[in-house]
Write a protein that binds this ligand. Structure first.
Ligand SMILES: Cc1cc2nc3c(=O)[nH]c(=O)nc-3n(C[C@H](O)[C@H](O)[C@H](O)COP(=O)(O)OP(=O)(O)OC[C@H]3O[C@@H](n4cnc5c(N)ncnc54)[C@H](O)[C@@H]3O)c2cc1C
Length: 291
């Protein structure tokens, strides 16, 4: 096995152009599991940990550009103010060791329907910036990035460079059900983003479909409800009917299967609960002016 260690992004992209079969490695928390279990024997491994362009984040145009190599630990400590939904999700990932190594780019690269970054990215309408040596860079909306279980829109010569997210103008939440409290793949998860500046509601469902999903019907319902009743301005309580209907619409958007972690029926039920719970938390914060 050849181990290539580029020192810059152009160098890394040149390697990927020449050897599209090269397997990128960032934190290695997915790749090393595959190698250890002999599920993968790549001829070339492309180490991205020494590519400085991937390891930073910056604010630009009311948003944040998060480099693919930014770890969960940094999302928690550095990005909770601008990107609260992503930071809450990052806090639920693995253990301190996994959060210190695992990256947002690696989560996207694996494209697991259960990846914890994905629901918050869908909820805020994030874009994934990818690049290749010959094609330059392009941005893929998060909801077009996931093509199937562990499949993405990334071309063989491309690398994930960054993720672009708008800075939060309202409350964001994320909640996940696991078979225990930590070190667990989600049985199902849900992210919610309320954006009062755009009068927008965003959602993301994890681990309850072949890809992470948005609950479009639930988004339109709540947007319409908040706008037509003037609640964005009045911040009046939502009431159980609205919260309950939102939960039903989120549960109805799931496309889960039965597997070792849970049944499809349980996932649908649990998603309704997570949707009601996160909406209640988020609206309480909004009402009390804490975001
Ligand atoms: C014990 C344990 C617990 C875990 N818990 C969770 C959890 O709670 N939630 C969760 O979502 N995940 C969890 N994971 C999975 C893993 O930690 C995450 O998916 C993590 O984000 C992977 O990031 P990484 O940097 O380690 O990726 P790597 O393992 O380095 O790479 C993952 C994939 O992405 C590709 N890749 C990496 N960077 C790029 C790039 N810049 N461009 C293109 N492709 C790239 C790689 O080729 C590979 O296919 C866990 C893993 C372990 C071992």
């Amino acid at each position: 096995m050849e181990f290539v260690q580029p020192r810059s992004l152009p160098e890394a992209l040149a390697v990927k152009a020449e050897r599209p079969e090269a397997v990128p490695i960032a934190g290695g928390t997915d790749v090393m599991v595959e190698l250890n279990f002999d599920r993968r024997r790549p001829e070339v491994v492309l180490d991205l940990t020494r590519v400085p362009e991937l390891g930073s984040w910056e604010r630009s145009d009311g948003g944040v550009r998060v480099g693919a190599g930014v770890t969960y630990a940094r999302m928690v400590t550095e990005l909770a103010g601008d990107l609260p939904g992503l930071a809450i999700a990052a806090r639920t990932v693995g253990s301190p060791q996994i959060r210190n190594r695992g990256t947002i780019g690696g989560n996207l690269g694996s494209a697991s329907p259960a990846g914890d970054c994905h629901p918050p990215l869908l909820a805020v309408g994030a874009e994934v910036e990818v690049a290749s040596a010959s094609g330059g860079s392009r941005r893929i909306p998060a909801d077009s990035f996931f093509a199937g279980p562990k499949q993405s829109a990334l071309e063989p010569e491309e690398l994930i460079c960054a993720v672009h997210l708008p800075a939060a103008t309202g409350p964001q939440q994320f909640a996940k059900v696991g078979t225990r409290n930590a070190m667990v793949i989600a049985v199902c998860s849900f992210a919610l983003a309320l954006d009062p500046s755009q009068r927008r509601v965003g959602t993301g469902i994890g681990s309850a479909g072949p890809t992470p999903l948005r609950a479009g019907g639930a988004e339109s319902f709540l947007q319409e409800e908040l706008t037509s009743t003037g609640r964005w301005e009045s911040r009046r309580p939502l009431g159980e009917t609205v919260v309950g209907r939102f939960g039903e619409l989120v549960a109805g958007a799931a496309r889960p299967i039965d597997d070792v972690r849970g049944t499809a029926a349980y996932r649908v039920h649990a998603l309704g609960v997570l949707a009601r719970r996160t909406l209640t938390w988020a609206w309480d914060r909004y009402r009390t002016g804490r975001s």
